[in-house]
Write a protein that binds this ligand. Structure first.
Ligand code: BJW
Length: 238
């Protein structure tokens, strides 16, 4: 059978690059109110506050670099494809560290911090600087309609059809640095297991989908992901 690897990543893979996780003790949601900052209702009520939150995170991202876990996943994609396998990396992260490390078969299911979208016409454009309520859409010209191209609570994640298609055919699945709290990503391990994939959780500690994992490795991503990636390649090369 053709080896088919699907990897789901979360905030933990970028933690050692200096980007905050969400639900750890000092995580983003311990300091900021997700209802005000990560919902369409919060944005409608106070768009300037939401822009401020994402502008600060965009500035933080400009100072961040991919770590050894990102590098290992990019090398794994290239090596896996070279051995004739199928590969898909689905990230919940809105940072661009997987892109910068070199992953190409990549879905940003919760959007991208370095993109903005017009609420009026839907046009998506690159966004490397601060956004504000005064910005105009470069496509339709409307004022005050630009928003971060991210997926807030209650909104539909991106690329799900491709992700579920890959999960249905997966022979191997790994969840890396995610608490397994947020749906639909939290259901990926179960979907992969139902498809017959061998499943693995790599994180600092067990998340909420624990019973769907055949294998586990706990520790900092920069240490455990390179070791796991090497073991995966040894397995498919054997
Ligand atoms: C390390 C480490 C190191 C640390 N090394 N590891 C009730 C039941 C079920 C579902 C719902 C419900 N009520 C509402 C819902 C739906 C809702 C949801 O899931 N809510 C739950 C909270 C209950 N989901 C949605 O609304 C989603 N849309 C949706 O469901 O649409 C309808 C639909 C229906 C049917 C099919 C499909 C769709 C949208 C979710 C949008 C999430 N948005 C956010 C913020 C926006 C982006 C941003 O600002 O960045 O996305 S929330 C936030 O959580 C962010 C993340 O991508 C997401 C996941 O977090 P993640 O990555 O898991 O981070 P943490 O912090 O939770 O975990 C980090 C892990 O790393 C920990 O385990 C650490 O131990 C570990 N770690 N350091 C390795 N160095």
């Amino acid at each position: 059978m053709r080896p088919s690897l699907v990897i789901l990543t979360g905030a933990g893979v970028s933690a050692e690059s200096g980007l905050g996780t969400f639900r750890d003790t000092d995580g983003v949601w311990s300091k900021f109110d997700w209802q005000k900052l990560a919902t369409p209702e919060g944005f409608a009520e106070d768009p300037a506050a939401v822009h401020g939150f994402y502008n600060a995170r965009r500035q933080g991202l400009a100072r961040a670099e991919p770590n050894a876990a990102h590098a290992a996943l990019a090398e794994l994609e290239a090596a896996w494809l070279a051995r004739g396998g199928d590969f898909l990396l689905v990230t919940q992260n809105i940072d661009d560290l997987h892109d910068r490390a070199g992953n190409r078969a990549l879905i940003h299911m919760h959007g991208e911090l370095l993109k903005a979208r017009c609420n009026a016409c839907g046009t998506v454009r690159d966004c490397h600087d601060d956004l504000s309520i005064a910005d105009s859409c470069t496509a339709c010209g409307r004022d005050g309609q630009m928003r971060p191209h991210v997926v807030w609570f209650g909104e539909m994640p991106l690329g799900l059809e491709q992700a579920y298609g890959a999960l249905e055919n997966a022979t191997h699945f790994a969840a890396i640095g995610t608490s397994g709290t947020v749906w639909p990503a939290a259901g990926f391990a179960e979907a992969a297991k139902a498809a017959g994939a061998r499943t693995c959780e790599l994180s600092l500690e067990a998340g909420e989908s624990g019973h769907f994992f055949d294998d586990t490795a706990y520790g900092p991503a920069s240490r455990i992901v390179p070791d796991w990636a090497k073991a995966m390649l040894d397995e498919v090369s054997a």
